[in-house]
Ligand binder design. Sequence first.
Ligand SMILES: Nc1nc2c(ncn2[C@@H]2O[C@H](COP(=O)(O)OP(=O)(O)OP(=O)(O)O)[C@@H](O)[C@H]2O)c(=O)[nH]1
Ligand SMILES: [Mg+2]
Length: 367
Amino acid sequence: MKNIYENKKIQENAILIVVCSKKSDNKERKIDEIARLSTTAGLNVVESFYQNIKDFNRSTVIGKGKVEEIKNYIENSQEKINVAVVDYPLTGSQVKNLENEFGVKVIDRVGIIIDIFAQGAQSKEAKLQVKLAQNLYILPRLSQMQGSSGRFGGVGVGMRGPGESKLELNRRIIEKEIDSLKKQIEKIKTQRQVSRKERLNSSLAKIALVGYTNSGKSSLLNLLTKENIYADDKYFATLDTTSRKLYLGEGNYAFLTDTVGFISDLPHQLVDAFSSTLEESVDADLLLHVVDVSLQKKDGDKKEYQVNIDVTNKLLDEIGATKNRIVVLNKCDKLETPIEIHDNEILISTKNGKGIERLISIIKEKI
Ligand SMILES: Nc1nc2c(ncn2[C@@H]2O[C@H](COP(=O)(O)OP(=O)(O)OP(=O)(O)O)[C@@H](O)[C@H]2O)c(=O)[nH]1
Ligand SMILES: [Mg+2]
């Protein structure tokens, strides 16, 4: 079995395929988001296609006509297309069927998100977690992937392991690796428990920053604790948890923890693999749910930032983080018109400092 090496230098051209199946699906938001994810994964997005689907085609998800249209596009495109990104979870055989039709590599949304995590993982723990998520993702698709990696070179997006590591496409090796990764993560988790216990035993309150990716969690931690951790205008800038002491005035402190961002349809393999990291939010006495309130476009009955609040709340409920929450509506400097603020919500900007003092006094009240 040949090993698949990471090759960061190749620039792959991609087309996007978005499917809307529910009335509430917002085509533009979906295209924007998958385009942003694809760019973050290093792809050059050339064109996007979309289809409203009532009855999914079992072998290709999208209908025959759409398959033909896209196939024609790829064949006649001036630029060589390397990848088709499908914003929908695909089975191994659907990937294979689409690859046969299009003659290019096909990757789904989950594959793209896991690839971004693989490229961004820095700490040992994050690397192990990503590797585990990748293996869990690959295993049920293995036989089809063996075919496609042979055909499409086995490099580029979807084929990169964390750091310099490589992805194996051998069932026995993957199964062994999954076992070993789980053990290693468990070990780190125990070490983490110790330091967490120290924190739990300390009289300091624990506050976690949670929320949709790119909402400004790390920027808020930096502002509140005068830190300088990495914050950037891209999805999943943060993959590790960082805890810092937060000074609340009058000799009072709390622990403030930054966490991995959420996104709609966060792959369950990532949620599983990152569960020990996500537990930081479960332990917290108070959650600061950070929201990018500048996302004001309509998305069905709601605005985009409200949809992001719902997505985050759902994921928090799923992981059992049910503690006190304050909804921190960030980036208010970008708002053109005033908006309605509900109970339990506070408007801030980490950029111009608006609302920060009030936020600190609300935190003090709640803990
Ligand atoms: N205009 C404006 N931009 C902001 C504000 N807060 C953060 N940003 C920008 O938003 C982008 C994302 O900020 P981060 O702090 O990295 O967001 P995050 O929630 O930690 O994102 P992930 O770690 O990727 O999930 C960065 O480019 C920040 O400079 C704000 O109040 N106003
Ligand atoms: Mg961050």
